[in-house]
Write a protein that binds this ligand. Structure first.
Ligand code: HEM
Ligand SMILES: *[C@@H]1O[C@H](CO)[C@@H](O)[C@H](O)[C@H]1NC(C)=O
Ligand SMILES: *[C@@H]1O[C@H](CO)[C@@H](O)[C@H](O)[C@H]1NC(C)=O
Ligand SMILES: *[C@@H]1O[C@H](CO)[C@@H](O)[C@H](O)[C@H]1NC(C)=O
Ligand SMILES: *[C@@H]1O[C@H](CO)[C@@H](O)[C@H](O)[C@H]1NC(C)=O
Ligand SMILES: *[C@@H]1O[C@H](CO)[C@@H](O)[C@H](O)[C@H]1NC(C)=O
Length: 410
């Protein structure tokens, strides 16, 4: 038992710290002045876009003789890889669906750096087909791109439709372009929340809501099942057995069963979500956790009787697997936060809960040790008096502390 004394705490602490000290997705700060072709191009306004560490700098003016607005923009981001693409566009029909986006997409090709026009269509979204150059529904007066290493800026001057000042902008990035046809972007959180509406005359930005009900279900089930109940079940097994005879065992079994059922529900929502290569680490960790959990449950059937000589080894296996699973779970929950990028408060809330569990574990650990030390000193006193009693031909109570002992090895 001593060898697992602080392992739970250490495991939890390591997982929390590797999770919380990972740099948050790179913060950008939007520039009003952007270097281009050796000169500085300055803009009236700029804003950090809500995902993919991208910025938009712009100037807006209405043509003096009409209600037509002219928009000068610089969209700035980082390519996912050399040979990748970055796109920015305006959607005249939807504020939160990429279908209909009039996109300017830039990438390096054999004939140099290109920024070409693409209309995103329903057929192409549903078939996941690459984009093909096509006329778009806004008038592009000029366009150019500057690519330095992975840093990319798309410049454009656009004539907006009359009286339009609130534009629905969409942006995204992908890793491959074949024959001037950009291939699909990843579909994890940051790539599905890359749209917002912006009033180019006032600078007011409204970030439309993202439909991520699937992701939310997935996150909640997995965090509750694997991330909360599972460690809670371990705490009951590890610390309640000192204070109860068999209650801890039934609590442990029912909490872990509930954890497994809820966790498997969450796991299956994850399988349905599919996911692209950016989610592959999260995915394989999830499959590993599920497999280990199934092994853990299967091994219950092979549990030797408490007094069997192999029981010690089974316990080591059962405890070891338990702690490994919990470590992987906590690491993978932070992987999930990284992918879906939910509001920071959820991540902080989970860090808070994990720290609270670790604090409870620490207190109980100390209490257990104190109890054990006291019992030992009492027992050694009792041993002395028992010896005296035996010497005085009185029989010692055969039950004594061994009753507890039997249950505590259950
Ligand atoms: C290259 C071809 C493209 C393909 C095959 C494609 C495919 C898709 C698919 C299937 C989704 C839905 C994914 C899901 O809900 O799980 C999606 C969403 C999205 N795409 Fe694209 N896309 C392409 C290009 C673009 C471009 C150029 C932009 C922006 C300039 C863009 C911006 C978005 C955004 C913001 C979403 C989330 C909102 C929505 O679901 O419509 N996509 N894309
Ligand atoms: C870059 O600047 C040079 C002269 O400084 C000019 O000839 C050239 O057209 C510019 N290129 C672009 C894409 O504006
Ligand atoms: C408004 O002025 C621009 C030049 O500034 C010109 O190209 C355009 O044709 C004019 N439009 C009208 C409706 O007069
Ligand atoms: C490169 O070739 C494509 C396809 O012919 C063309 O559309 C594009 O304008 C060219 N880009 C440059 C920078 O010459
Ligand atoms: C634009 O707004 C002005 C003033 O509100 C209005 O007179 C004009 O008809 C509008 N133009 C269009 C094309 O809707
Ligand atoms: C946009 O730029 C204008 C002109 O420089 C300025 O008055 C306005 O406050 C800016 N708006 C924002 C949101 O930065």
């Amino acid at each position: 038992m001593g060898c697992f004394s602080f392992s739970l705490l250490i495991v939890v602490a390591i997982a929390v710290f590797t999770g919380s000290f990972r740099p948050a997705s790179a913060q950008t700060s939007c520039p009003v002045s952007v270097g281009f072709n050796g000169t500085e191009k300055s803009f009236a306004n700029c804003t950090d876009l809500r995902s993919q560490a991208s910025t938009l700098s712009w100037s807006f003016k209405e043509e003096s003789n009409s209600s037509v607005g002219i928009l000068d923009v610089a969209f700035r981001t980082t390519l996912l890889s050399t040979g990748g693409w970055a796109g920015w566009g305006i959607n005249l029909v939807s504020a939160n669906d990429m279908i209909g986006t009039n996109a300017l997409i830039a990438f390096d090709a054999a004939n140099g750096s290109n920024v070409l026009l693409y209309k995103v269509t329903a057929a192409q979204k549903s078939s996941l087909a690459p984009l093909v150059c096509s006329p778009i529904d806004i008038t592009v007066l000029s366009k150019s791109v500057q690519i330095v290493d992975l840093s990319i800026t798309i410049f454009s001057t656009i004539r907006l439709p009359p009286n339009l000042t609130v534009i629905h902008q969409f942006w995204n990035r992908g890793t491959r372009v074949t024959n001037f046809q950009p291939e699909t972007h990843p579909t994890s959180g940051a790539y599905l929340s890359s749209f917002s509406s912006i009033d180019v005359s006032s600078g007011a930005v409204s970030e439309g809501t993202v439909d991520n009900s699937d992701q939310n279900t997935h996150g909640i089930l997995n965090v509750v099942g694997w991330g909360l109940l599972l460690p809670l079940g371990v705490l009951t097994a590890r610390y309640l057995r000192q204070f109860t005879s068999s209650v801890w065992f039934y609590m442990h079994v029912s909490i872990q069963l509930a954890a497994f059922i809820i966790g498997v529900a969450g796991f299956s929502t994850g399988l349905k979500m599919g996911g692209d290569s950016s989610a592959s680490k999260h995915r394989s960790l999830g499959i590993t956790i599920f497999t280990l959990a199934v092994l853990q449950i299967t091994a219950l059937g092979l549990r030797p009787k408490p007094d069997h000589k192999l029981r010690r080894y089974w316990n080591v296996y059962h405890h070891g697997f338990g702690y490994i699973i919990i470590t992987l779970v906590i690491v993978n929950i932070f992987e999930g936060f990284e992918l879906l990028q939910p509001d920071k408060k959820y991540r902080n809330a989970y860090i808070g809960v994990i720290c609270a569990l670790a604090a409870v574990a620490l207190v109980l650990e100390l209490a257990t040790w104190a109890l054990w030390l006291r019992k030992r000193s009492k027992n050694s006193k009792r041993l002395e008096s028992d010896l005296k009693a035996i010497n005085g031909h009185r029989t010692a109570d055969p039950k004594g502390a061994s009753h507890d002992g039997q249950f505590s090895s259950l």
